[in-house]
Ligand binder design. Structure first.
Ligand code: SF4
Ligand code: SF4
Ligand code: FES
Length: 485
């Protein structure tokens, strides 16, 4: 460890730390645009300037690329530093449109924050601003506003150092510099491309799916877990704050996923997620099943439960196909209530879809289900030929969750089916019970490495829908009624 001084206070730093890293670790804030803890250090934005005190007057230098030396004395907020940051901001905003009023980044833009902190003055330039492309289609998912770009190159370095697609570069020089994708479509096919939206310190990189949908101060993040694969990246699901609930217009906007961003987690995904994790609305906002049924006929939930209980009590050889999307809590509720009554297997609810990346060295894993690890601790996997798992005299199958082809069920077996979505199989079950989705309840998943992550409820449950854990508890059949086989 090395001792040095920040604003006159002694602080300890690792031998190889820069002033930026040591300041951050010791709770001192130094502004930055181009620096990112997970990327290389280009030192191009100059906003992180600090003053080094020394005999003879000292000097100004950038904190992100300056190594600590023993006894060094650094000032992070002196008059000289503030004046240099003001000058730097004047330069950075020279050609910037300052169109914060219509910018999606407003509210979480560091350029906006630093402008108010260090500049706050109109431009000193009398020259007309240099204009650039306003809406450049960088990919199907991302629009680039070149006028807002401050050339920090974080996006370029992300594709070189993290996703390794080398899909972005800088074209031209000086105030004609433009971020552009390489021409072979690598950015379009980069499954991690949307991370550049988060790390862009300004509103230059914009998500098409979120563009002009909501101001961020009307939204709140709920911590959650991406169920898109066994990595189980932690995410924030953003949705409208209840105090900003819309009373007119489209009421569905009060209960929809507006965007998904990474929830930094060193044990699982660091600060990144893949694009599938951004698209959770496509999974959770599919048409929902909200009505209990018997053989396709709508019934009261109470009646459906009574029938299910009767089927369980009468069965001699019941088999259960357990969901790999069930939370740890739901798995334990199933195991306690019904585990001893059923022969159970873990089914694969989701398979990779056509064109989806199966696996890579960044985050994406081959099993496209979030909780296979926890489910497999309790029960064996359903074999690929599911028919071989059913004993010949199977007379009842409880199917939990989607993704199982009913054609594989023993033809004479009764079926109890728990599912969240409107799907043709629902009407074929002897008893159908609609269940909540992850965004309507809280729980935990265990990922392939054994790391347990929590998710919380974002929305109220749909009417008519129950949590699977509650249904399992109410399906418990007293032992004396259960048939012995
Ligand atoms: S688009 Fe954003 S991240 Fe990329 S160089 Fe410009 S300001 Fe930086
Ligand atoms: S890597 Fe897997 S868990 Fe992580 S965001 Fe992508 S699909 Fe979701
Ligand atoms: S953050 Fe140090 S130069 Fe950009």
């Amino acid at each position: 460890m090395i001792e040095f001084f920040i604003n006159g206070q002694p602080v300890q730093a690792e031998d190889d730390q820069t002033v930026m890293q040591a300041a951050k670790a010791n709770g001192y804030y130094i502004p930055y645009f181009c620096w990112h803890p997970q990327l290389s250090v280009p030192g191009n934005c100059r906003i992180c300037m600090v003053e080094v005190e020394a005999e003879g007057g000292g000097w100004l230098d950038i904190a992100c690329n300056m190594p600590i030396t023993k006894g060094m004395r650094v000032l992070t907020d002196s008059e000289k530093v503030r004046q240099r940051r003001k000058d730097t901001l004047q330069f950075i905003t020279l050609n910037h449109p300052v169109d914060c009023g219509i910018c999606d980044k407003a509210g979480e833009c560091t350029l906006q924050d630093y402008h108010y902190e260090y500049n706050g003055s109109p431009s000193v330039s009398r020259d007309a601003k240099v204009h650039a492309t306003k809406h450049y289609p960088l990919s199907e998912r991302i629009v680039l506003d070149n006028e807002r770009c401050i050339m920090c190159t974080r996006c370029v370095r992300f594709t070189r150092e993290i996703s390794k697609t080398h899909a972005l570069g800088v074209q031209n020089r000086g105030d004609h510099s433009l971020i552009r994708p390489v021409e072979d479509g690598a950015f379009e096919n980069d499954p991690y491309s949307d991370n550049v939206i988060d790390i862009c310190p300004v509103g230059a990189l914009l998500s098409r799916s979120f563009l002009h949908k909501a101001r961020v101060w009307y939204l709140k993040p709920t911590p959650s877990v991406c169920p898109g694969c066994e990595r189980g990246c932690t995410v924030n699901i953003w949705h409208r704050k209840s105090e900003w609930k819309l009373k007119a217009l489209d009421q569905q906007q009060n209960a929809r996923i507006d965007r998904v961003t990474p929830l930094e987690n060193a044990a699982v995904n660091g600060p990144w997620i893949c694009n599938k994790g951004r698209d959770l609305a496509r999974i959770f906002e599919r048409a929902r099943a909200e009505q209990a049924m018997q053989k396709g006929r709508p019934v009261e939930l109470k009646a459906a439960l009574a029938s299910a209980r009767a089927l369980i009590a009468a069965a001699r050889q019941p088999v259960a196909l357990v969901s790999s999307w069930g939370s740890n809590e739901e798995l334990s509720a199933f195991s306690q209530a019904l585990g001893s009554r059923f022969t159970s297997y873990v089914k694969t609810d989701w398979l990779p879809v056509a064109g989806e990346r199966l696996e890579d060295e960044v985050l994406i894993k081959p099993d496209k289900n979030p909780n296979t690890a926890a489910a497999r601790k309790l029960y064996p996997a359903l074999p690929p030929d599911a028919r071989s798992a059913f004993p010949p005299d199977t007379d009842l199958v409880l199917v939990w969750g989607e993704g199982f082809a009913f054609a594989q069920l023993p033809p004479k077996a009764k079926i109890i089916y728990l599912n969240s979505y409107l799907q043709p199989e629902n009407g074929h079950a002897d008893v159908f019970l609609p269940i909540s989705v992850q965004t309507e309840r809280s729980g935990h998943y265990t990922n392939f490495q054994g790391v347990v992550s929590a998710f919380a409820a974002c929305f109220d449950k749909k009417p008519g829908v129950s949590d699977a854990a509650a249904l399992f508890a109410s399906l418990t059949v007293p032992a004396r009624l259960g048939a012995t086989s």
